[in-house]
Design a protein around this ligand. Structure first.
Ligand code: NAP
Length: 297
């Protein structure tokens, strides 16, 4: 990646994964076992299968135990919750991730609520979202956590900066806003009902776009010198028949040149999500084993 404006999330994530891998042997020495991550994939959703495969590979590469459960799409909610409860009581498992989306007949919220909060490495359980909101040690959702790491790496102290997060989902927008608030940013959380969105975004020193709309944030929405985190992953027609390409929620080409920095899509935030999943698993393993949190994560 040659343009200095582009934030190389792939390289940052690779270094983070390597540091996690280096920290695992100390945990093994102290706890007498590897950290264990269980991933539950219900059904055959092709995109989810790709994610789960990458997560499994990265977990093993970091020296951790990877356990996969792949129940059929017709599993009942009660059976899925019973599986989660079995994983809750399995001492060898430190992290449980139930891959979303779940089939329509299963209530995501009920399944997430069944996960033991100490093993909730996705950080979606209300105990963890509540702890994050009140500033207690929580397991924090991976995508916003990774986005924050990239921001701090680029900007250092975020204190006093104006941050605008576009998108208020429970998995990205809301926890991102909480994390930025903890860093003493002045935070605006924008969404589909926000008036004059382009003007709101133009105020920001930090823009986080987590909307799911291809290239919605235009170049002239971004203040010169702002740092832009593009969380969006959108597949659009590439111009070549039958082919598609990935773009973010920001019109990157328009922003390069006057933003101080931007995460590209792909290769920006995406790789940080898996790296932070491993980070959360390592932290959860330490806490469950009664060990102090690993340093530097
Ligand atoms: P989501 O649950 O669909 O939430 C989208 C948010 O965007 C909502 O809060 C919605 O507002 C807001 N929004 C929609 N249209 C808008 C508009 N025209 N103007 C302003 N706000 C608008 O999506 P998500 O799960 O947060 O994901 C967002 C994007 O990030 C998606 O592209 C997803 O694929 C990507 N993503 C990437 C990663 C990664 O690892 N890089 C991880 C997770 C998600 P309302 O609340 O008012 O409806």
């Amino acid at each position: 990646m040659t343009d200095p404006t582009l934030i190389d999330g792939k390289a940052f994530a690779a270094k983070l994964r390597a540091r996690i891998g280096d920290a695992v042997p100390d945990f093994v020495k102290a706890a007498g076992r590897k950290p264990g991550l269980a991933v539950v994939l219900v059904g055959e959703d092709p995109a989810s299968q790709v994610y789960v495969r990458s997560k499994g590979k990265a977990t093993v590469a970091a020296g951790m135990e990877s356990i996969e459960h792949r129940p059929d799409a017709d599993i009942s909610q009660a059976e899925l919750i019973a599986l989660v409860e079995k994983l809750n009581s399995d001492e060898a498992i430190d992290g449980i991730l139930v891959q979303l989306p779940l089939p329509d007949h299963i209530d995501d919220k009920a399944v997430i609520a069944a996960i033991e909060p100490a093993k909730d490495v996705d950080g979606f359980h209300v105990i963890n979202t509540g702890k994050l909101a009140v500033g207690e040690d929580a397991l924090v959702p991976c995508t916003p956590l990774g986005s924050l790491m990239l921001l701090k790496d680029r900007l250092g102290d975020l204190s006093g900066l104006d941050a605008v997060v576009v998108g208020r989902s429970n998995i990205v927008g809301k926890p991102m806003a909480q994390l930025l608030l903890q860093e003493n940013c002045t935070v605006t959380l924008a969404h589909s009902r926000t008036k004059n969105l382009s003007e709101v975004v133009r105020r920001a020193d930090i823009v986080v776009a987590a909307v799911g709309r291809a290239e919605m944030v235009k170049g002239d929405w971004v203040k010169p010198g702002a740092v832009v985190i593009d969380v969006g992953i959108n597949r659009i027609a590439s111009g070549v028949e039958g082919k598609t390409r990935l773009v973010g929620d920001v019109a990157t080409a328009e922003v390069i040149g006057h933003a101080a920095a931007i995460t590209p899509v792909p290769g920006g935030v995406g790789p940080m999500t898996i790296a932070c999943l491993l980070r959360n698993t390592l932290v959860a393993a330490h806490r469950r084993a009664g060990l102090p949190d690993p340093e530097g994560f």
